[in-house]
Design a protein around this ligand. Structure first.
Ligand code: FEO
Length: 517
């Protein structure tokens, strides 16, 4: 069967929903499924904008055949090679042997990698600002590398003022027949999943998203056709404004996210008590997450929205609880900068989770630490109430006086792990040994004087200093990838393995360290 919707004259949506997916990209829960959009323009030339995921291939192909009737495709515009859009590219290309594949140079390489040289040879490579005449339409191309892969581009239909935005402006969730954003309550039905989609899919690449927004700002856009989620025609400016904030890592709201990792409830109880204190003081925009029950994609999304983040973790295997580790890594990888962080740790005998979380968060540029590290040993005691109150006050102050954030040195805040509870009393000193010497002045065991054969002692061999090397961490200014290389590596010619960029100034030095050979 065929299923299409005419968006404008001769322009059709021909996508589909996958309601059985469960986990998108093998990673992110999508309880409401996933929508895959693609589009067909039947101008003097027949142009397909992207193909589709295998899960919804059959109806897409039947719809394409139905709309093409006795025509063949002239062009397939490949905005993005990720298989949720390109898995069926080879199938469509083989059914339309005269069709040319229009894409970026990086995309051409990826087409070769995925499908071999035959398809690669059918490409027409376009650059930023190039355009294609299809009859009555002019399609202008703009590169959008790293939104979400390096080969991505977007297309602007000059006549219809439509932006085909690839992964940008997309959303998690199936359409369920509601194709346009004005068929939803934007704030209550769409925004949260659009934010979770943005933060988890392209949240790391704020610089590149801002570059795309700069390009979009020069266009008169009446409709945005993304590869996922509803088509935008009513909330384009609203979502673009949100994208600006997200891409700039600017919090949307003065709000608090408290995420806790607790095994038997001790850490949870402190997190909840802190939430009550904040709420009692008038901070009502707060969210509390049990990381054993909530996927990090949801917490990351809320963390992009909020100004303050409290991380509370039990110490586990002399480190951070795995669920918290996953969240912290996620925030560091996504460069969640310009946030205020506070920390709570629990450790029945050696609390260390707080220090380790702080060391990780310190890697995020512009991260502020608010308040002192709050430590409990197994359970919070009544005597610690004032200390928790002080942490709550620091968080509240940072929200109410955002111009004067409470800054702190994480190394000062994070004490060394304390000894096992119950062994903190200084241990009794062992009795002083009485030195006994033989006639040669050599110290010997008591009772052995005169019985020791004195030998010329070989001088202790001078211990060779452990051999080390110096490695450096360099950050790609384009995609944020961090390369660990030997000191002396020529970073002017080093090619970023993620975004494939290189050249002088492409990488900036983050730090260097000495490691054993
Ligand atoms: Fe929807 Fe990056 O693929």
């Amino acid at each position: 069967m065929h299923c299409e919707f005419e968006l404008a004259k001769n322009l059709y949506w021909i996508g589909g929903d996958d309601k059985r997916l469960g986990i998108f990209e093998g990673h992110h829960p999508v309880p409401k499924g996933m929508a895959y959009n693609n589009y067909l323009l039947l101008d003097e030339k027949a142009v397909l904008f992207d193909t589709i995921d295998r899960a919804v291939e059959e109806r897409f192909l039947e719809t394409l055949d139905y709309l093409l009737a006795d025509r063949e495709l002239d062009y397939i515009i490949v905005h993005h090679m990720e298989p949720d859009h390109s898995a069926t590219l080879e199938t469509v290309a083989k059914r339309n042997p005269a069709a040319k594949l229009v894409c970026t140079a990086t995309c051409k390489k990826l087409i070769g990698q995925f499908f071999g040289p035959e398809l690669e040879e059918r490409t027409i490579v376009v650059k930023d600002g190039d355009s294609l005449e299809t009859g009555t339409h002019t399609l202008a191309f703009a590169l959008a590398p790293m939104v979400h892969w390096p080969e991505v581009m977007v297309t602007y239909d000059v006549e219809d003022k439509i932006l085909f935005s690839a992964d940008a402006f997309g959303s998690f969730g199936a359409l369920d027949g509601r194709l346009f954003d004005d068929m939803y309550d934007f704030e209550n039905e769409l925004l949260d999943e659009m934010r979770r989609y943005y933060t988890n899919i392209v949240g790391k690449y704020g610089t590149q998203v801002n570059e795309l927004l700069d390009k979009a700002d020069t266009l008169d856009i009446e409709m945005v056709c993304p590869l996922h989620g509803p088509i935008l025609r009513d909330h384009i400016a609203d979502l673009a404004a949100k994208y600006r904030k997200w891409a700039s890592y600017e919090p949307e709201d003065e709000a608090v996210v408290i995420a806790y990792a607790s095994v038997y409830g001790g850490t949870r109880d402190v997190a909840e008590k802190l939430a009550f204190k904040l709420s009692d003081a008038g901070i009502h925009d707060l969210a509390l997450f049990d990381l054993s029950m909530t996927d990090p994609s949801y917490v990351l999304s809320e963390a992009f929205r909020a100004s303050n983040i409290v991380l509370a973790s039990v110490t586990y295997n002399a480190g951070v609880f795995p669920k918290m580790n996953e969240l912290v890594d996620c925030m560091v990888e996504h460069n969640l900068r310009r946030r205020r962080f506070s920390f709570i740790q629990n450790g029945s005998w050696g609390p260390i989770a707080g220090k380790k979380m702080m060391e990780s968060i310190e890697r995020i540029p512009e991260a502020q630490i608010v308040g002192d590290l709050f430590t409990i040993k197994s359970r919070m005691t009544d005597e610690q109430d004032a200390e928790l109150e002080a942490l709550a006050k620091s968080i509240i102050d940072s929200i109410r006086n955002p111009e004067e954030p409470v800054m702190a040195d994480v190394h000062q805040l994070a004490p060394e792990p304390t000894p096992i509870v119950g062994a903190t009393k200084p241990m009794a000193k062992p009795p002083a040994k009485v030195a006994v010497y033989n006639s040669a002045g050599i110290p010997v065991a008591p009772g052995m004087e005169g019985k020791v054969k004195i030998e010329e002692k070989e001088p202790e061999p001078v211990k060779e200093k452990a051999k080390t090397k110096v490695v450096q961490i360099w950050r790609c200014t384009f995609c944020g990838y961090q390369a660990e290389v030997l000191k002396g590596t020529d970073m002017d010619t080093y090619v970023c393995p993620v975004c494939l960029k290189s050249g002088p100034g492409q990488f900036i030095l983050v730090r260097e360290k000495e490691v054993p050979l």
